[in-house]
Design a protein around this ligand. Structure first.
Ligand code: DP6
Length: 328
């Protein structure tokens, strides 16, 4: 019998059309579809071992044992895998991010994508890419977009319970770069899961969701046509709409810091100068500044000159979640 162990890696991703709010929070059925790019160079590597001698699940993150809510969320996810595979062993989960912890980069997407692939393989399940994406979604919504390659759409028509993500273009389709301007390394006070639950307390959420299919189509077409001008307008609009919902939720969520706004304004000025550049912001103060590879040195250098920008990480369009074949 082959050992019940497997290792996998997955990239983080940045959404251009955002996921915010659920139709069904537990299964993470999103209120609207989203589009993202995998962030090559920012990845999580995870090994899962189901072991008959364990008397609980163990989680080791960047070489440190972790308990509490983080372990609870992983155990709940493993329960789903155990049910699907009809096994009942507990598991040891060892996970490492190659990007600095606390750098404010979303790690739940890469974490649950790598966990979905490693755990399902270790348990002997042979899931196709879409089924794997659906499984990853149940751990963290955005993780379903880190399973397929390159530019990815998470389809979500009418609260479809079978929602999952597919690739719409491979990484080499468009030579974009994401310069992540790190403004704070602090842990955010309200995580995404809590934030999603507040989305419908905003009077703006319904209209944001109603307009999502149009923005998804515009963004998808702009990516396929490599039309940066349209892509920039729709990406910034969608990010601003999500933050408008956050700011008008009850209680309100304001993730921006003064430097966030400084970077947003600088990016708009640079675009007016003729540089192909735009911004998008997740549930935190850091700004993802998207540009063409030809401008990446210039954009990163200008970002580093802004007071309050602590660091700039550069990511490229990344591939799919992959197994690491060392356990034979
Ligand atoms: C603002 O996927 O982190 O980054 O499903 O509760 O884990 P959970 O939420 P998560 O939400 C991501 C929100 C976002 C936008 C996006 O990535 O689409």
């Amino acid at each position: 019998m082959s050992p019940l162990t497997a290792s996998a890696t997955a990239n983080s991703n940045i959404a251009f059309i955002k996921y915010w709010g659920n139709c069904e929070p537990k299964a993470r059925i999103p209120a609207n579809g989203s589009i993202s790019m995998n962030l090559g160079g920012l990845e999580t590597r995870t090994t899962v071992t189901f072991d008959a001698f364990l008397d609980s699940d163990d989680l080791i993150l960047n070489s440190q044992p972790v308990g509490g809510a983080a372990l609870g969320r992983v155990s709940e996810f493993l329960n789903r895998v155990r049910r699907l595979a009809a096994i009942n062993h507990f598991a040891r989960v060892e996970s490492e991010n190659n990007f600095p912890m606390g750098a404010g980069i979303a790690s739940s997407a890469s974490a649950f994508a790598a966990l979905a692939l490693a755990a399902s393989t270790a348990a002997g399940l042979e899931l196709d890419e879409f089924a794997l994406s659906q499984l990853a979604r149940t751990g963290s919504g955005s993780a379903c977009r880190s399973i397929p390659s390159g530019f990815v759409e998470w389809q979500a028509d009418g609260c479809n319970p079978d929602s999952g993500a597919v690739s719409i273009a491979p990484p080499e389709h468009w030579d974009l770069r994401d310069c992540v301007a790190i403004i704070s390394r602090e842990h955010k006070p309200t995580g995404s899961t809590e934030g999603h639950a507040l989305a419908y307390t905003s009077p703006l959420q319904e209209s944001r969701v109603a307009g999502a299919p149009t923005r998804l189509a515009q963004c998808r077409e702009a990516i396929l046509a490599r039309d940066f001008a349209t892509f920039a307008e729709i990406t910034e609009l969608d990010s601003n709409l999500m933050h408008a919902v956050m700011m008008t939720s009850s209680p309100r969520l304001i993730y921006w810091q003064p430097t966030t706004l400084t970077v947003m304004q600088a990016v708009q000025n640079w675009r007016q100068e003729g540089i192909s550049v735009c911004y998008t912001i997740d549930a935190g103060p850091n700004v993802h500044v998207i540009c063409l590879t030809s401008d990446v040195e210039l954009v990163a250098a200008r970002l580093r000159q802004i007071a309050g920008v602590q660091d700039v990480l550069i990511a490229y369009p990344g591939g799919p979640a992959r197994l690491v074949l060392e356990h034979g």
